[in-house]
Design a protein around this ligand. Sequence first.
Ligand SMILES: *[C@@H]1O[C@H](CO)[C@@H](O)[C@H](O)[C@H]1NC(C)=O
Ligand SMILES: *[C@@H]1O[C@H](CO)[C@@H](O)[C@H](O)[C@H]1NC(C)=O
Ligand SMILES: *[C@@H]1O[C@H](CO)[C@@H](O)[C@H](O)[C@H]1NC(C)=O
Ligand SMILES: *[C@@H]1O[C@H](CO)[C@@H](O)[C@H](O)[C@H]1NC(C)=O
Ligand SMILES: *[C@@H]1O[C@H](CO)[C@@H](O)[C@H](O)[C@H]1NC(C)=O
Ligand SMILES: *[C@@H]1O[C@H](CO)[C@@H](O)[C@H](O)[C@H]1NC(C)=O
Ligand SMILES: *[C@@H]1O[C@H](CO)[C@@H](O)[C@H](O)[C@H]1NC(C)=O
Length: 416
Amino acid sequence: MRRCHFALCLFDMFSKKFKFIILLIATTISFVVMMAYLDSYQPRIVRCFEVITENFLSTTTHSTVHVSTISGKRRSDSCIKHNHVAFLKVHKAGSTTVMDIFLRYAIQHKLNIVLPKRSTGFGFNYLGYEETLLKENLVPLLSNQTYDILCNHVIYNRTAFQTILPTDTKYVTILREPTRHFISGGIYYYFFDELCKIYNITNLSKAVSTFLNNPSALNMPTNYFHNKMSFDLGLPLSQFDNITYIDNYIRELDNDFALVMTLEYFDESLVLMKRLLCWDLQDIIYLPLNSIGAVKYPTLTFEDENNLRKFNKADFQLYEYFLNIFWKKIQAEGPLFFQEVKHFKLIQQKTMHYCNNSLQSAKSYPPLTVPNSAWNKEFFITQSDCKFMSQDELNLMHDLIEEAWGRYNQSLKTKS
Ligand SMILES: *[C@@H]1O[C@H](CO)[C@@H](O)[C@H](O)[C@H]1NC(C)=O
Ligand SMILES: *[C@@H]1O[C@H](CO)[C@@H](O)[C@H](O)[C@H]1NC(C)=O
Ligand SMILES: *[C@@H]1O[C@H](CO)[C@@H](O)[C@H](O)[C@H]1NC(C)=O
Ligand SMILES: *[C@@H]1O[C@H](CO)[C@@H](O)[C@H](O)[C@H]1NC(C)=O
Ligand SMILES: *[C@@H]1O[C@H](CO)[C@@H](O)[C@H](O)[C@H]1NC(C)=O
Ligand SMILES: *[C@@H]1O[C@H](CO)[C@@H](O)[C@H](O)[C@H]1NC(C)=O
Ligand SMILES: *[C@@H]1O[C@H](CO)[C@@H](O)[C@H](O)[C@H]1NC(C)=O
């Protein structure tokens, strides 16, 4: 008996007329599938198509022809990576981790980072402490160059940013749910401990509650806890309670910013950013940085939250507005977006596990291979990548500033 795959055997059993009809139907289905693929670049179908193509190529020619370009916009092969990006680093919103992604990207792609001119001293890493971007506060560039990546703390001001950054700069930032943001800041900056001392209360929740009941009664600066996210994004202090102004201001930000991420959906945010900037998956790999360990958290009552809502009106308005935009953007990406996020989370887990082990090892450690997929070409994560991703933010910043000055001073020397 002739051996064949059962589906093909079935096919053999049909009459010639039937075979013709089946072929016709099969052709129609293939055509529809092809059209669907062309229409939406659906990676799963693409992946399938790729495997078929690769198999076909390998059995017929043995050559290693690159077919990955057909995978369209999901793998950044068919678009150009965006190298002009301003990431506004909002305090206590996971922004150190994102900054680390931008610094790694800038270094790998030899881009010019906007850097503060001081490389030591308190707050040296700020481009502007409670002030916006000013040329005289930066490490200068050679006259024929442009700044590519901005990712340090500075207050946003459209005019100031646009005079220093290229016109095609994409603006990106990240926000955090305002109650959690307030609590995180309060713990990180020892504000809640301070409240306990001031009110002479040992119960943390009670101290916070007392504060929220009448914030203006506290005789101490609260600027790190008072609409800090809105303030970082340039909302003037004088307008903190002006709902009309806040409304208008948020709309302006929406015009200026290509993407506002949220810490609550961090991986979703990064995948969205990767797609927006046409970056590769390996560009957004990260190790969580600067997060608070296990400490005592205050519990807020319903009334406390209401008081907080009044105190940080602008931040709540800002967050709620942009969370809505965020989900609309994700919706527009289509259902395959979540498959990519799932894939990214898996690689993240492997990366964290690998880095955990390789950083503890004194010997050199073989790299982690991330295989080719619908979302990425094969790439490697090395022990030194882990070292880079886990290093201290301030040391790195210091070294980058010194390097940038070195390059600048050198160029002045060669010019004269
Ligand atoms: C910018 O200037 C440097 C040195 O002055 C030179 O090496 C480089 O080629 C110039 N770049 C462009 C794009 O003109
Ligand atoms: C923003 O910057 C411009 C120019 O640098 C300045 O005129 C303006 O007052 C600034 N706006 C705010 C709100 O600080
Ligand atoms: C703080 O409260 C305790 C009792 O709860 C009291 O003994 C102490 O004197 C108070 N300290 C101050 C500085 O008010
Ligand atoms: C602290 O105060 C809150 C009310 O603000 C109360 O619900 C809680 O039980 C107190 N905790 C302790 C340990 O006393
Ligand atoms: C509130 O904002 C609106 C819109 O910008 C402005 O016209 C109004 O003068 C502001 N009110 C106050 C009290 O500053
Ligand atoms: C990293 O290692 C520590 C202990 O060595 C462990 O507690 C932690 O869960 C590990 N994290 C990951 C992501 O594997
Ligand atoms: C570069 O020059 C500046 C001023 O001319 C000087 O302060 C700085 O130390 C120099 N830095 C390096 C790394 O050469």
